[in-house]
Design a binder for this molecule. Structure first.
Ligand SMILES: Cc1cc2nc3c(=O)[nH]c(=O)nc-3n(C[C@H](O)[C@H](O)[C@H](O)COP(=O)(O)OP(=O)(O)OC[C@H]3O[C@@H](n4cnc5c(N)ncnc54)[C@H](O)[C@@H]3O)c2cc1C
Length: 406
């Protein structure tokens, strides 16, 4: 480790020691002790959900005020001007501490929308929103997907029509994570229906309290409502809230999507990560007297080999970052493996536990698996579906012939 990184690491530890307690080790644990949660989505009642978000905001402010709110960001917007590897190092050290989960703020807003605003927004929007977002005061959502536009995002039909210095937006977005907590949303709209579909899109930053914006939460089978439908009806947005050129929104969208690919699949710690702990899975077999079942043992071994392989793949991406190379389409493998490993772990637990997973009887480490199992279909879809990831791998990593496109 070079001197700069040694200083940074010491700085991070000093900060965390002063503001947080050490976390219990979630991978080496004793069966029946501690928190058994493995929920991917929160299923908190609204009041508790708001408190959860407030804790996230408060922790983000502490990070920001101590120089860790936006490690890679430019100093003029409150960033630290350091490299992505400093970010990785910070995350790895912070995972050793018991700090509030900031996913509501960071996954979409700071991970995807912030970098897009930085790259494409007009200066007054950067001044207004970037420090506010990275200080935890403002949350941002991604208004991309629509009922008829998901994998084929360039098919968006939400219209934006120019009216003097303003645009009038009409349409519907769907699957919008954290919209119910957001102050701003980045919307893709159709501004030129005559142009080829990638060339008739414009991006806008939409204040979520603007008249005509209606957020309707969607209840999931896990119990919570993490994402929403967002209806835009005659929403008037000033032209200075446009990102990029008129009809040049596809370039803006690519910045967001590139950052999305880098974010999804790199999550490994926390409650969900505990589902892939070899200790925990082996303890599950012992606790259910299935340890001698050869077929289950073989399945567990196969899963753990894949978990290790995914870990090595992520370590390789980190090493590449360290040497200044941004990982490319091969990141799709991490995203695929992340979803598949968690799905296989949840199915494995379901075969081991059988009916004990169905009802919450209070028995430790049983029903907790169903919270993960019910979330696994979403892992195959969010951040690009499995099929789309496989297309990317086939075409851009393996060099196979391209899929026919209209
Ligand atoms: C938990 C979660 C959170 C999300 N959060 C957000 C958010 O905050 N903001 C946002 O804008 N969106 C969000 N999304 C939406 C997500 O990006 C889309 O669901 C995703 O892109 C797929 O689009 P779709 O649902 O319209 O499915 P479709 O694109 O209609 O796909 C349907 C099926 O067809 C397959 N398919 C489609 N095209 C091809 C192809 N070319 N080759 C092979 N198979 C294909 C797909 O793999 C899939 O199985 C979220 C989704 C989830 C699950």
């Amino acid at each position: 480790m070079d001197d700069d990184m040694q200083d940074f690491t010491a700085d991070v530890r000093r900060f965390l020691d002063a503001h947080a307690a050490k976390a219990p080790d979630r991978t080496a644990f004793t069966w029946g002790e501690g928190d058994d949660s493995m929920a991917y989505f929160s299923s908190l009642p609204p009041e508790e959900d708001r408190e959860h978000v407030q804790r996230a905001r408060d922790w983000q402010r502490v990070r920001y005020e101590n120089g860790f709110g936006w490690i890679t960001g430019p100093e003029e917007y409150g960033g630290r001007g350091l490299t992505p590897i400093h970010d990785v190092v910070y995350d790895a050290i912070e995972a050793e501490y018991d700090v509030p989960d900031t996913g509501t703020i960071s996954v979409v807003g700071l991970g995807m929308i912030g970098p897009t605003i930085l790259a494409h927004a007009q200066p007054h929007l950067k001044d207004r929103w970037l420090p506010a977002m990275y200080r935890g005061d403002a949350i941002a959502c991604q208004l991309f997907s629509e009922p008829g536009a998901g994998s084929d995002l360039a098919s968006v039909t939400t219209r934006a029509v120019r009216d003097g210095d303003e645009w009038v937006l009409d349409g519907q977005k769907v699957w919008t994570s954290v919209a119910q907590h957001s102050q701003i949303g980045l919307a893709l709209t159709r501004t030129n229906p005559e142009a080829p579909k990638h060339r008739g899109i414009t991006a806008f930053l939409v204040p979520m309290d603007a008249p005509g914006v209606e957020v309707r939460p969607l209840r999931q089978m896990t119990g919570g409502a993490d994402f929403n439908e967002v209806f835009l009806t005659g929403v008037r947005i000033p032209d200075d809230h446009r990102l990029g050129e008129v009809d040049g929104g596809w370039t803006v969208a690519l910045t967001t999507l590139m950052n999305e690919r880098a974010t999804v699949g790199s999550e490994g710690a926390g409650p969900v990560g505990a589902a892939l702990s070899p200790d925990r899975l082996a303890a599950l077999m012992r606790a259910t007297w299935t340890g001698e079942d050869r077929a289950l043992r073989a399945r567990l071994a196969e899963l753990l080999v894949d978990v290790m392989a995914t870990g090595y793949l992520n370590a390789r991406a980190t090493r590449a970052l360290r040497s200044g190379v941004t990982p490319g389409p091969e990141r799709s493998v991490s995203k695929l493996m992340y979803g598949q490993n968690l799905t296989r772990a949840a199915h494995f637990a379901s075969d081991v536990l059988g009916p004990r997973m169905i009802a919450d009887t209070g028995e430790w480490g049983t029903y907790a698996w169903s919270e993960l199992l019910l979330a696994t279909p979403a892992l195959r879809i969010l951040g690009g579906t499995e099929e789309i990831m496989k297309n990317i791998l086939a075409e851009r990593v393996l060099g196979l012939p391209k899929e026919a496109r209209s």
